[in-house]
Write a new protein. Structure first.
Lengths: 207, 232
């Protein structure tokens, strides 16, 4: 009786150890061989540096990646490309897949897109750092950090592609949603087209 | 003009009469345009785009960072709770940002465009908000924090916080409310007191806190910060 129970516990521990070993071996090294990562890279690029409308994931804050996957899953992030691609793309991911993907993409070194208008970069930097207090535009730096590096679930913006940042800033003003409770719809509602172009240009060059 | 008057009294010839009618019409047109302009500007002042929104828009701007009910927010930097804050304290700090006695590049930019009447209106608005504390502080040192807050640390020359900030941490006049303040904000302020506050002047009221902040160790700062962050 006692021996049988002991054997049962040992078996269970053995199983847990085996699972732990599998997880440990797949997470850091072999993550990019997995089907989930391959599916992401079709649009986000082989090195996850972004491609046309699909944003760079490399170097993104893992908590932000997880929160966005969650918002696709719950259909709260509802701009056209999210509906068209991301709602289905995340539908079958388990919570462990989500965590592993977020950590994997966060670990890749990000490269700046450099695709903005360099003539607007100085204006964009001024808005990013100081806001436009007279027009009630808040400083981006207060939340996203001095180099747009992000923190926790606040995304890294430095080096993201011009068209992606421009599109996101425009979409908040057009009534699309993202994560619940985000201050961004309020922030973006005070930005005019020229400010958006300047910010998106500046950020594309930030390392 | 007497000449014109006499002609009026005698009756005018046809050309003069039609000219007068034309002039009268022109005046009437001008008057009606002026009235339209005045009525439009009256609408704008009562409200929709410009005047009503001056305060409302500024309030929204503050709340973007400090939270929709003034409860504070964690961005790259912790944005302090303003809800329930003493109006005199808010006004004094905004003035300190403008005069660079309190070093904070973000708040300098924010504050230097605010008129004195706007500052008073904002301070009064935030004073009347009362959301629950932001939360998130570790609970392990709450008892230590409460002891320091209520009794001070006589051996380290730290007076009881409650002596000035009140037993419930609600502050008074220029002495700030601490109740419900964000844990990381409290730590940042107490740990960096003299680097941020009281710059370039000996008469800044923030000098009162300098020795006390200096005499607290890091774990003691964390304990007090955790305790006040839980106060309602």
């Amino acid at each position: 009786m006692y021996e049988a129970r002991k054997l049962g516990i040992m078996k269970r521990i053995g199983l847990k150890l085996a699972i732990l070993a599998m997880v440990a071996s797949t997470v850091p090294a072999a993550a990019d061989d997995r089907a989930a990562v391959r599916n992401c890279t079709w649009c986000h690029g082989a090195e996850a540096q972004g491609y046309t409308v699909a944003p760079r994931l490399a170097g993104q804050r893992p908590q932000y990646i997880m929160s966005q996957i969650q918002s696709f899953h719950e259909h709260t992030r509802d701009n056209p490309f999210s509906r068209q691609y991301m709602w289905n793309a995340v539908a079958t991911l388990s919570q462990y897949d989500v965590r592993d993907l977020a950590n994997y993409f966060a670990s890749i070194r990000p490269k700046p897109a450099n695709d903005g208008d360099s003539a607007l970069a100085a204006k964009g930097k001024r808005i990013f750092m100081q806001g436009i207090p007279e027009a009630n535009v808040v400083s981006c730096y207060a939340c996203h950090g001095p180099d747009g590096e992000g923190v926790r679930d606040i995304p890294r913006l430095g080096g993201l592609a011009y068209f992606y940042v421009k599109g996101r800033l425009e979409q908040w003003g057009q009534g699309y949603h993202s994560t619940a409770g985000s201050p961004m719809p309020l922030v973006a509602s005070h930005l005019g087209p020229e400010e958006i172009e300047a910010l998106a240009s500046y950020l594309s060059f930030v390392r | 003009m007497p000449g014109t008057h006499s002609i009026d009294a005698d009756g005018m010839n046809g050309t003069k009469r039609s000219r007068t009618i034309a002039a009268g019409l022109l005046l009437a047109l001008q008057a009606s345009i002026l009235m339209m302009v005045f009525s439009i500007s009256a609408v704008a002042q009562e409200g929709l785009p410009s005047a009503k929104s001056g305060f409302e828009a500024k309030l929204e701007y503050c709340k973007t960072c400090h939270g929709l009910s003034g409860q504070g927010y964690l961005g790259y930097f912790p944005m302090p709770r303003l809800a329930g804050q003493q109006p005199e304290y808010i006004e004094a700090q905004l003035k300190a940002f403008i005069e660079r006695r309190r070093t904070n590049p973000i708040m300098f930019n924010v504050a230097h465009v605010l008129s004195p009447s706007m500052i008073s209106a904002l301070a009064n608005h935030f004073h009347h908000l009362n959301p629950p504390p932001f939360g998130g502080a570790p609970r392990s040192a709450l008892a230590t924090g409460k002891r320091i807050y209520d009794e001070g640390l006589p051996e380290s020359n730290v007076p009881a916080c409650s002596a000035c900030h009140g037993a419930g941490g609600h502050g008074q006049n220029e002495i700030p409310r601490l109740a419900g303040q964000l844990y990381p904000y409290m730590i940042g302020q107490l740990a960096g007191w003299s680097k941020e506050r009281g710059q370039g002047t000996a008469v800044d009221t923030s000098a009162i806190m300098a020795p006390t902040a200096h005499n607290l160790t890091r774990p003691q700062i964390e304990a007090v910060a955790a305790y006040v962050s839980t106060l309602q």
